[in-house]
Ligand binder design. Structure first.
Ligand SMILES: C[S@@+](CC[C@H](N)C(=O)[O-])C[C@H]1O[C@@H](n2cnc3c(N)ncnc32)[C@H](O)[C@@H]1O
Length: 198
């Protein structure tokens, strides 16, 4: 198993822009948004956002997954089709609960993106093979609540949480709105709709 951005780079910009994750984050035509992806995994969502012009800071706590990501980023730097997007991606191997508050303040990040490993059973048939392997390696992320709170405290504009399509929202706050993807749903929490000071 390895992380690889090449298949995503074959998609045209118009189709990437239509991806639910891009709409949920609020990326419209080449905006230079700063996004913290606090649950980076294999970096696919981060790569889509970076391809569309966002500066993406990826935090991954698993040393194995962070090594897979670092390998993918290193290979992508050598590929002219991928290099412009990966130049906008920065990887941190760390627990986001610790790093997110510091990084969000330092970068004045507009968006914090969370895609925790689902604990819910019964979605296996819909989960891609690489995610099944990650789940076997890491198990579910059962400690998402404090990270969600840190995200809401840190983001200047919005927090986006990827959920299984039929799962309830994360506890603690109702989403401002949701965007349906193919098998997933993106819950959007507007922190400051104007992006101005809170
Ligand atoms: C479902 S995967 C993310 C997949 C990713 N969105 C993608 O497109 O490839 C969730 C990842 O979040 C990481 N993670 C969970 N909690 C974290 C935390 N507090 N800090 C950093 N990484 C975390 C897990 O180790 C796992 O690799």
């Amino acid at each position: 198993m390895r992380a690889d951005f090449a298949p995503l780079a074959r998609q045209r910009a118009a189709s990437l822009r239509g991806e639910a994750v891009a709409r949920a984050v609020g990326l419209k035509g080449g905006q230079a948004l700063t996004v913290i992806d606090a649950t980076a995994g294999l970096g696919k969502d981060a790569f889509v956002l970076a391809s569309l012009g966002a500066r993406v800071h990826l935090i991954e706590r698993s040393p194995v997954v962070a090594a897979l990501l670092a390998d993918a980023l290193g290979r992508a730097e050598q590929d002219p089709a991928l290099a412009p997007a990966v130049a906008r991606m920065t990887l941190y191997e760390s627990d986001a609960q610790r790093l997110l508050p510091v990084l969000a303040a330092e970068l004045a990040a507009e968006v914090v993106y969370l895609d925790p490993m689902y604990p819910e059973a019964g979605t296996k048939g819909q989960v891609k093979k690489d995610m099944q392997l990650l789940r076997m390696l890491l198990g579910p992320d059962t400690d998402i609540t404090p990270l969600f709170e840190a995200a809401l405290a840190g983001a200047r504009r919005r927090v986006v949480v990827k959920r299984p399509r039929r799962a309830p929202p994360l506890p603690g706050r109702l989403p401002s709105h949701s965007i349906d993807g193919r098998s997933t749903r993106f819950d959007v929490y507007l922190v400051s709709p104007t992006g101005g000071p809170r």
